[in-house]
Design a protein around this ligand. Sequence first.
Ligand SMILES: N[C@@H](CCC(=O)N[C@@H](CS)C(=O)NCC(=O)O)C(=O)O
Length: 214
Amino acid sequence: MTQTSSARAIAPIRVWGRLSSANVQKVLWCLDDLRIGYNIVLAGGTHGGLSVDEFRALNPNQLVPVLLDRDIALWESNVIVRYLCKQYAPDTSYRADPLQQALEERWTDWYGTELGPHMTALWGHFKRGKVLAQETLARQLVRATQLWAMIENAIAGTTFIGGDAPGVSDYSLGPAIHRWLSINDNAVSPNLLRWHSALAIRPAYQHHIVAAPL
Ligand SMILES: N[C@@H](CCC(=O)N[C@@H](CS)C(=O)NCC(=O)O)C(=O)O
């Protein structure tokens, strides 16, 4: 199935992915939030299509998302989001000062290595039937709570991680904060709630993340 979004990029961009994947959601919410036109090719999960030679040529890892721009295939969701911000929104979503940009983007890499593995385990437990032993679950929740508290502190006084407008880390962590608040209703983190509300009023976030299929 192919669907077309609003146009802005010069050459049509194509994205391969499935709508339930957080890594794909990052890319789609970024594209639509920045009003970059693209076509989506549903792939992965029940859509299949990852083990054919044509797809392997796009991504030798045989994983989604893949983004094709100007006939060049990019994979790794965070790399794609960085590219889109820098290429298509350098004035709003990517800082000219490399140090300021690095400060913002720390959270993207940090999420991948520190918080992401805990979120994968918790999401699997609560939503995908990959049930954890009670003790493991308790440990994962404690550690995830500690790590989310770092972002809670980091965003005191700013609307988005990127400042006044969403930046690379808002796009890359967007699916995760929604998942965290979905599995953890007792979150008493005013800054995380405020940040999530600021994301959730954006139509692209609503569409690709709040209304995403499991
Ligand atoms: N580090 C990669 C991970 C990509 C990845 O693990 N993709 C998963 C979906 S989240 C996938 O393609 N799984 C196989 C499938 O969906 O069939 C990224 O951030 O893009």
